[in-house]
Structures are given as C-alpha cells and as structure tokens.
Design a binder for this molecule. Structure first.
Ligand code: NQM
Length: 362
C-alpha cells in the first residue's frame, strides 16, 4: 500500500483544528505513520508552509480513529500532536478539543450509525485508556454542525457536542499529595484527564491576568515555568519531561469576570489562547480539592458542579464532581463539558515526498 494520496477530513474540534484519519488509511507501523504525518502537516517548519498544519501547536493536531474492540466503546481515538518546528510526533498527551470532532467523524465515515435526532458515540481514548461519550445532533441521520452553541475562542455558533467523562483510570493526585513544594513554589499536581501543575500566578511574580503574548515574552517566567514543570514531571511519575508536552502548567489568579478562577495555561511553552478541555477538567478538579493550590483565591459555587474557568479569550464552563475516596485521596466522579466541532473539508491530502536517501546522484 502506498500513501501518496490519503483520505482525510479536516475539522475544527473545540478551539483546536486537526486532520482526522481512519487508522486503516495510515501505515500500521508507528514510525512510518509519523513520518507520513510530518509530511502531511508540513513539519518541521515554523510556518508549516508545505502542509496542512497551521503553525501553532493547537492547529498541528491529528486524530486516528478505528472501530473499537472494547465492549464499552464504539470507536478508538488516538491523538497525535505533531510538533511545528521539530520532526516529532507524540502520543504522550490526549486532547479533549480534538475529541469533540471524533463522534461526528465516526458517523461521517460510517463507523457508527446515526440516530434519527441525536447520536451518542462511546469513545475509548487510546492515549490514556480513559473513555468519553459524545452526543450531538443528527437530524434525519446526518451530522448537523449548525447551531447556536457558542464557545469562547471560536467566532459564531455551532451545534453543541456534549462530552461526558466517567472517572479516569489514573490517580487524580499523581504525587499522592494535595500540595507539593518545588523550589519554594507551592503546587498542586492534578490529573483529571490531563496532567496539570497548578501554581498561583503570584508565586511566579506575575498577576495571571496578562495576555498570552506578554507572558510568552517574559523570559524570566519561562525559566521559572521550566524549572517547576521539570521537577513536577518527576514527582508525577512522568520521568524526564524536558521533551514532552505534558504536564501542562496552569497559572491561577482571582476571577475578574464572574467566573470561578482566572487561568493562563502553558502547553507547555506556548501560552494557550484559551484552555484545553481536559486541562480545564484538571483545573476544576484541583480547585475542588480541599487545601489545593488556588482554592483560596477561587470563587466556587456552593450548590453546583459547574465551574466557569476564565481564560485569555473568555471562559469555559465545565462540570466536575469529586467523590470516591481512594486510599485517602479524592477521585473524580463525573466530568462533562459542551464543545462544538465543524467539518471544514473532506478529501484527499497529498503528502510532501519522502526524503530521498543521499548518495544516489553520483
Ligand atoms: O486539554 C492543548 C487544546 C489542548 C489540549 C494542549 C486539550 C485538552 O486546547 O483537552 O484540548 O493542552 O496542548 O486542544
């Protein structure tokens, strides 16, 4: 099988954009698959000028989807982050935004039959082994992307995709502690689907209300973030994270616009223009843990599971409930969020030619 022309569906999923593929349309060997994806996305190149990538980590993403052998899932979803300026593809992180497009993609490709009004697709997320169920409108048996659900960071409205997560398989507090201290900085390391290090912005000498551009220009902050993240990675059992995209670091500050908390998230070098879905799920879970970093500056609703997480381009509403004491530590019981997704094009992508072995031209 050659891969000179590959069926591909380009989709916006939440506030990210990615190329969605059926697993059968890509090489089964991960090294050959990753090489092909680099050539499809146009990496490595800061502008990704020769491929589909949008020159930012949030628009250089890939979803690989297949029927699931798991009786609790309809489809398997493997998320791959394609680095922009490095020849690197990683499956070490999941993505809850690209997840928003998986249900519609599964229906578009005939992996799951559409319901007459709505369709629910049960998804196993191969990066973590966790599950999610996505429900979205399919009037007359076709995916309808139009609607009036609005999410911050995306202009206009679209059909709501409700995503519900049962409790994950891993520990909510991977270090076994509600709080740790790293080089004098108090942190809460939490993983409700995305390994995340919560830090009070003030502890890193910023307000947490700066713009992503201002924060990205702050070299001293970048050094401190790197130091904290590397040590947190070890504490969280992730090993040397100097070359990985997890954990993320989220700076927390008091809310300014009626939400529960204000956030600035590093993924891990660029500052997210909004916040990831699973990143927000982890922040919301962390804030609900008694004694967690940031709980003192957050304004948590007393009678609702729903939290409004403020971020640079607006807010994300997310429902998280905690419960089930495991070994003296809390765990997440349920997480739910509304996202939107949109099919942008469905067609054939032509990868850049593979590099020729050197020495063939005499
Ligand atoms: O946390 C970016 C995004 C993400 C991840 C990142 C995400 C999530 O916004 O679920 O969606 O953290 O690298 O797409």
């Amino acid at each position: 099988m050659t891969f000179e022309a590959v069926p591909c569906l380009l989709m916006r999923g939440g506030t990210s954009k990615g190329a969605y593929f059926l697993a059968d349309d890509l090489p089964a060997d991960p090294a050959a698959r990753d090489d092909l994806l680099l050539r499809i996305m146009g990496s490595p190149d800061p502008r990704q000028i020769d491929g589909l990538g949008g020159a930012h980590p949030l628009t250089s993403k890939v979803a690989v989807v297949s029927p699931s052998p798991d009786p609790d899932a309809d489809v398997d979803y493997l998320f791959l982050q394609v680095a922009v300026d490095k020849p690197e593809v990683t499956d070490r992180q999941n993505c809850g935004n690209i997840l928003a497009g998986i249900g519609p993609f599964a229906v578009e490709r005939g992996l799951v039959p559409a319901g007459e009004e709505r369709t629910s697709v049960r998804i196993r997320m191969l990066n973590t082994g966790d599950h999610a169920t996505a429900t979205f409108p399919t009037p007359g048996g076709r995916v309808d992307y139009t609607g009036d659900a609005e999410i911050s960071g995306v202009p206009g409205g679209a059909a709501a995709v409700l995503i519900e997560f049962p409790p994950g398989t891993g520990p909510l507090l991977p270090t076994g502690n509600v709080r740790d201290e790293i080089h004098g900085v108090p942190v809460t390391c939490v993983d409700n689907g995305m390994p995340t290090v919560l830090v009070e912005a003030a502890a890193l000498k910023v307000t947490g209300h700066e713009s992503p551009a201002e924060l990205e220009a702050d070299e001293e902050l970048a050094d401190r973030l790197r130091e904290v993240r590397l040590a947190a990675g070890e504490l969280m059992g992730l090993g040397d994270v100097s070359e990985t995209t997890v954990p993320k670091v989220t700076l927390l500050a008091a809310p300014r616009d009626g939400g529960a908390v204000c956030t600035r998230t590093f993924i891990p070098v660029r500052c997210h223009p909004s916040i990831g879905v699973l990143g927000a799920a982890s922040v919301a879970a962390g804030l609900r843990i008694e004694g967690g970093v940031g709980a003192n500056l957050a304004e948590l609703p007393a009678d609702s599971d729903r939290l409004r997480i403020e971020h640079p381009s607006g807010f994300m509403d997310i429902e998280v409930s905690l419960g089930g004491d495991t070994g003296g530590l809390v765990s997440a019981r349920r997480t739910a969020v509304v996202r939107t997704a949109r099919k942008i094009f469905d067609g054939t992508v032509f990868p850049r030619a593979a590099a020729q072995p050197l020495g063939g031209r005499g």
